[in-house]
Write a protein that binds this ligand. Sequence first.
Ligand SMILES: N[C@@H](CCC(=O)N[C@@H](CS)C(=O)NCC(=O)O)C(=O)O
Length: 241
Amino acid sequence: MKIWSAPTPNGWKVAIMIEELRERGLVLDDLEVTTVDLRAGEQFSAAFTAVNPNQKIPALQDGDITLMESCAILQYLAEKYPSALLPEGAARWQVLQWLYWQAANLGPVFGNKLSYTRYLGDVDASLRAHPLERFGSEAQRLLRVFDKQLQGRDYICGDDLTIADIACFPWIRGWKWSKIDITSHARVVDWLERLRNHAGVKRGVAYGAPTGEAEQWSEDTKKRYVSMGAGIASNDNIKAS
Ligand SMILES: N[C@@H](CCC(=O)N[C@@H](CS)C(=O)NCC(=O)O)C(=O)O
């Protein structure tokens, strides 16, 4: 089985999944993880496009199956290596519902807020004002939905960590970077701390991070991320591809 990834929120979902499966004693020994250099534009290469026509990480290939979309990959891995990360029966639908909620709402909204906050500095401030307001207020609405769901629950769907939590975690943990204030959502803050303490989560977020920087980036790493994101977010790049 091959996975193409990078140290970004959607990449970390898969890294955390691999490490949480290992925490549960599952053996993923036929696994090969390749890092795609997004700054160098490797996602646009013919070889990678053959695996993922959407030209974004992560992607997976397992025998005849090729998959794009991080949440589809989480579900695939959870089905291939069964565990409480994707329970059976009615609980499964709860998890899948929140997994799709992440893919359709939390990811795009937090991702767009991040882009306008950090990566589109060359775009006139007056043009950025509306998307910043729109994605900022929508992010706060989603956090209210999330906080309410966590009422009486340690994890999104109950007492156990699932792939829905894994999908949401990398975006929520980057709240300072995207300048989406989570501090008025007490249950989300507690949930974030709970997730951080999982051994698999700790190892997963360290994938691709300079040693010791998984939680707190150096100024050099921040600069590197801004330049990487600026290239990805720029319209010139979209035209070129
Ligand atoms: N909905 C997709 C989003 C994937 C995505 O946006 N990946 C980003 C990194 S987090 C990427 O590859 N960006 C490179 C580009 O846009 O050129 C998923 O969940 O897999």
